[in-house]
Design a protein around this ligand. Structure first.
Ligand code: ADP
Ligand code: MG
Length: 475
């Protein structure tokens, strides 16, 4: 029986189907049409140059094998590419050329022998097409300038800055910023994008949340514009994807992002990701994608310490042109200690209420207004705060308490801090010791014993401790 192009191609497809993931098969092989079979040359029609390039890059081995299996060792494959002659450079308004009968106007067919045309790297640079312009979708308010540096974010910030000045040119690719909610991941990721646009305005930067990316992917499947979708992201110089933990369970979208990631990474483009967990703890993500996330640098963003929280609040006040008494700022920073977003929220709400009530904000007003923000009024006092209070009381520098010095007044401040930490927090003796300058738990036991003895025997000392305890309770 004489072979037909469709018959041969269908046999090829049977084999291909067994060798690649179902989604890849659907995306890259179902749209192909068998055109003709001339001798041992099978010609297939693919919907775009990009499509052809993709097949050549990813499936050439598989295609060669299957074609040879059907047509013998001399079997060859040729492509017929449907080319859009003029095109709108925005993939969201461009229709992907369908693999119909080629009757729709603006099209031409172009036979391309296998392994030629390797120089056509990207459909966006086909002569005659305008250079792609993209709105990076960045929020201009997120900059390095207004991102406060602290121990909690130093690595992430400096890696981010390095990436911003040399996108694709550092070993931080991808740069993955991870940490809990409201700790500045989005701010920093966007600051990188804004900085790149500022110093390298021609770079194509795109910021996209993972969720939006997933939605765009679903839409493009529905509208049969998957090529445009992939083209668009592959044409970027810098992609910033926020909250990649949201890929969890979305296998198809992960698959497509995996290919986009590879393409960008191979071409030296910069990838910046944020996530609520480090790559090793991300559940529901394919191993191959996770392994790529680990290629560059993962930098964590932690809860800022008291000093950094105060600095963030002060910077925000300065930017917004407002003033609050220092004790109010301190109160807010002290009591909202796990999330920068809540910290800012508390201050905004404080200001709003003060404006409405036409009252000056003092500590008492702040306390009564912030009840909603401070979930547990009797919440545990932090060791940071105890240390600060004790040091202020005795007028000794905070760093000295953590140092090795045996000066009398420092030892006293250190021992009282340890005693208060033991009685006012649920922290273990071991952690208390570590906090106050890396000491062991027996030092803490000894400190507590000494303080108790002195309270019993030294009236002045007793008064000090009671004074500080009163201040602690007031906070
Ligand atoms: P995440 O993305 O980690 O949930 P965001 O980046 O949205 O957190 O940060 C929440 C809010 O806190 C934003 O308004 C951001 O500007 C602010 N913020 C977080 N960290 C800092 C910081 N180090 N300096 C200044 N503002 C910060
Ligand atoms: Mg965020």
């Amino acid at each position: 029986m004489e072979k037909t192009s469709t018959g041969v191609w269908n046999s090829c497809l049977q084999i291909i189907k067994d060798n690649i993931p179902a989604q890849s098969f659907k995306t890259w092989f179902e749209p192909i049409k068998a055109l003709r079979l001339e001798g041992n040359i099978l010609t297939i029609q693919v919907p775009s140059l990009f499509f052809y390039e993709w097949l050549e890059e990813h499936y050439v081995g598989l295609l060669r094998k299957t074609v040879k299996k059907q047509l013998g060792d001399s079997g060859r494959l040729e492509y017929n590419i449907v080319v859009e002659k003029s095109s709108n450079s925005n993939p969201y308004t461009t229709n992907m050329p369908s693999n119909g009968n080629g009757a729709e106007g603006k099209r031409q067919s172009m036979p391309v022998p296998v392994a030629l045309n390797k120089d056509i790297k990207n459909p966006f640079v086909i002569p005659g097409l305008k250079k792609l312009q993209v709105d990076p979708q960045l929020n201009q308010n997120y900059t390095f300038d207004n991102f406060i540096e602290g121990d909690c974010n130093r690595l992430a910030r400096s890696a981010g800055y390095a990436v911003a000045t040399k996108p694709g040119g550092t070993s931080f690719n991808p740069l993955m910023l991870y940490g809990g909610v409201g700790l500045g991941k989005t701010h920093l990721a966007q600051a990188i994008g804004n900085e790149i646009k500022r110093i390298l305005p021609d770079k194509l930067v795109i910021y996209v949340s993972c969720e939006k990316f997933c939605q765009q992917f679903v839409d493009s499947l529905k509208n049969n514009t998957i090529n445009d979708f992939v083209n668009f992201y592959q044409a970027m110089d810098i992609i910033i994807m926020d909250d990649v933990h949201n890929f969890s369970g979305k296998d198809k979208t992960q698959d497509i992002f995996f290919h986009i990631f590879n393409h960008l990474h191979q071409s030296g483009k910069q990838i910046i990701l944020t996530s609520d967990k480090p790559p090793k703890d991300l559940a529901g993500l394919e191993e191959r994608l996770l392994s790529r996330f680990k290629w560059g640098l993962s930098a964590d963003m932690q809860v800022p310490d008291l000093e950094t929280r105060m600095a963030i609040l002060k910077k925000k006040m300065y930017t917004d042109g407002i003033e609050l008494p220092n004790e109010v700022v301190e109160y807010v920073a002290n009591n909202i200690d796990n999330n920068v977003r809540e910290l800012e929220g508390a201050m905004v709400s404080l200001l709003a209420q003060a404006t409405l009530n036409k009252k000056e904000i003092d500590l008492n007003l702040a306390k009564s207004m912030l009840k909603n923000f401070i979930k547990n009024a009797n919440k545990e006092i932090s060791m940071d705060y105890i240390q600060k209070l004790v040091c202020e009381y005795f007028e000794v520098p905070v760093e000295m308490v953590k140092s090795k010095t045996r000066k009398r007044e420092i030892v006293q401040a250190r021992q009282i801090s340890m005693y208060l930490a033991k009685s006012h927090t649920k922290t273990s003796l071991k952690s208390i010791g570590e906090f106050f300058g890396g000491r062991d738990h027996s030092t803490v036991i000894y400190a507590c014993q000494t303080v108790e003895d002195l309270i019993d025997t030294d009236k002045k000392f007793k008064a000090y401790v009671h004074d500080i305890q009163k201040k602690l309770r007031m906070s």
